[in-house]
Design a protein around this ligand. Structure first.
Ligand code: 13P
Ligand code: SF4
Length: 348
């Protein structure tokens, strides 16, 4: 039963003490996040893992790329586990290394040595290594603006992988006009762009988050019509027209902080992952909060980590097994680490 499973998780946590560390992303289920030693967004969890040098076992409650990042940022004798290997991220899977190498070659032919690559931390370790090899950096939704500014100090153009929306929204907020942004389609191996090539400042990889693409401008138009006092806040993984129509946008941490500091009685429609929106609704009964799309589902891969999987991962540790260990090879780690360190350096 749930009560038995919860009791067992508690007992194992107590037994392992500081040897065990459970980071949990804010998009995790309540049944899992209640056991997290630290809850955070991607940047916070990367920072927390990088600074935890004590825990021998890190059971990462989040998705695959986050566990890979944790493995790269921790010491060799610290072991990172993902309770369910099927907890991937469809956005991270939209850029594989073969596609990226091929795109880079073609972009070099078009633009010469004028491009610096940036990758959203929501990407595989091999993409992070690619970016590190080419002098670029990782980015999270919390520090994307700073990192894009940094990129323009390095080169006149940037390639932003794999989320076109975060790339477009961030560059636009920094004053790059949409007409100076091109889109690289990795399936057709083609640059989508109408203007003069020399005007291109930002090349956006054609990837997206299927959760955040579920919010549309008409959802906001409906709210404006029916509830003009309601404020709309969305994650920058939403499309550009949604960001433009919303009152505010920002990372997971920014959204949480904004809701926490909002006045009693204020009304909010939130455009981000459903487990988090539901939690904010429960935690703030004094505010009227709804999802911007009430038909929205949680992120299905984040949701794969449930109580039985968490318990199973913990049991294998106690029994001395090595179930679902995430290891990134030494070469990939060495190449990625520069890109990750830049991200952490500009996050302070
Ligand atoms: P942040 O945690 O950086 O806000 O990213 C959101 C997300 O989609 C994580 O997968
Ligand atoms: Fe990936 Fe989107 Fe799920 Fe985050 S919310 S893990 S970006 S699919």
């Amino acid at each position: 039963s749930t009560t038995e499973m919860e009791a067992r998780v508690r007992a194992i946590k107590q037994q392992l003490g500081e040897e065990l560390f459970i980071p949990g992303h804010h998009y995790q289920r309540d049944e899992v996040i209640q056991f997290a030693d630290a809850a955070g967004d991607s940047l916070q969890l990367a920072q927390i893992c990088a600074s935890n040098t004590r825990a021998k076992h890190i059971v990462f409650c989040g998705v695959h790329f986050m566990a890979e990042t944790a493995d790269m940022l921790t010491k060799d004798d610290q072991i990172v586990y993902l309770p369910d290997m099927r907890a991937g991220c469809s956005m991270a899977d939209m850029a594989n290394i073969e596609q990226t190498e091929s795109a880079w070659q073609q972009l070099q032919q078009l633009f010469g040595d004028t491009i610096v690559p940036l990758t959203y931390v929501n990407s595989t370790a091999s993409i992070k290594a690619f970016v590190g090899r080419h002098g670029g950096a990782c980015v999270t939704s919390s520090n994307a603006k700073t990192m894009v500014e940094w990129a323009f100090q390095q080169k006149s153009r940037l390639l932003f992988l794999p989320d076109q929306h975060l790339g477009r929204n961030t560059a636009f907020a920094l004053g790059v006009p949409l007409e100076h942004m091109a889109v690289w389609d990795p399936i057709r191996e083609k640059l989508e762009y109408d203007g003069e090539l020399e005007d291109v400042q930002v090349i956006l990889w054609k990837g997206h988050c299927s959760v955040h693409e579920g919010f549309n401008k008409w959802h906001i138009d409906d709210i404006r019509k029916n509830d003009p006092d309601m404020r709309v806040i969305v994650h920058p993984e939403c499309s550009h027209d949604v960001i433009q129509a919303a009152d505010d946008n920002g990372s997971t941490k920014y959204i949480i902080d904004t809701i926490e500091s909002a006045p009693t009685g204020s009304r909010w429609a939130i455009g981000t992952e459903m487990n988090l929106v539901k939690r904010l609704i429960t935690e703030h009964p004094d505010k009227h909060i709804i999802s911007l799309n009430t038909n929205m589902c949680p992120c299905l891969t984040m949701n794969r980590i449930d109580l039985p999987h968490l318990l199973w991962a913990l049991e294998t540790i106690v029994e001395g097994g090595r179930g679902n260990v995430i290891t990134v090879d030494a070469d990939t780690t060495a190449q990625s680490i520069h890109a990750l360190e830049r991200m952490l350096q500009f996050a302070k």
